[in-house]
Design a protein around this ligand. Sequence first.
Ligand SMILES: [Zn+2]
Length: 311
Amino acid sequence: MAISSQSTVQALIDADQRVHAVLLYGSDDAIREGLARRLAQGWLCTSEALRPCGECDSCRAFEKGNSLDLRDVSPSGPQNLIRLQSIAEPSTRDPGDTTQPISEFVQRPPYKARRKVVLIHDADRMNSAAANALLKMLEEPLPRVAMILTVAAVGSVLPTILSRCLCVACASPSELDIANEMEQVLADGTQGRLDAVRSKTEFYTSLWSVFQNIERAPASAGLGIAEKFRAVASLYGGEQVPARVIQAEMLHSLGLWVRNTWPADVEARRLVAEAHRRVVGNVDFAIATDPMFCRLLVNANNSELSSRRQV
Ligand SMILES: [Zn+2]
């Protein structure tokens, strides 16, 4: 079903080397291509915690559009086709054609990334020579190479290629039945997260009210807010969930709130991501979150940033 495509993509990122080829299909270009980019970044990212982290060298290169470990292939030319020379070395080449085929790109190990990623947009626009060459590569996957194919509809792709890919339907997160801003932000477009938010109402509403205090608090209130934030952990519920998992989820939720509240504030996002990474890496919850909240509030009260946020 549609909505779960975002959580599926996250699961594929987490599955890491076990998945070699994914085909994302759906008629909404923005959603399909957005998920393809997220998956590509997630697979390139070298963070050990939540991927994509947005901070490692590999993520930064990806965001600047100059990752050496990513190869984008799109249809081109008057016929709008993906031709053989983009996929594998043709027997003859047009003079002046310097396209490096994917077959060559995948031979060297990644420079910075966890894996090399090949992203083929509109994969149904491959001519038959290109499709057959790609099929050969899909049949013999290389350990540190991942392929992502995107198409509007699966019906237009060779069945032999489909059978070698894990196919994921992409659809709009707006199909989620969202009741309020808290659900909108914390569900992050996935049914799985929305269900979790609804099943732990007290935990998430308490967390949400702490987040809302951050916006109004003076710069000196960091330690007090940090303490209120940590106290919410006890409301998570009676299951056998390790404390680290709850703490990581709290910081993940804070990250979603920060992203929604101050979308342009890179520093705020960095602070939360850093605390998340430290907690996942077994740093004490208070040691990771006290300085984070102090710096977050100073940052939020910085007048220059505040005025920029109002733009
Ligand atoms: Zn990263």
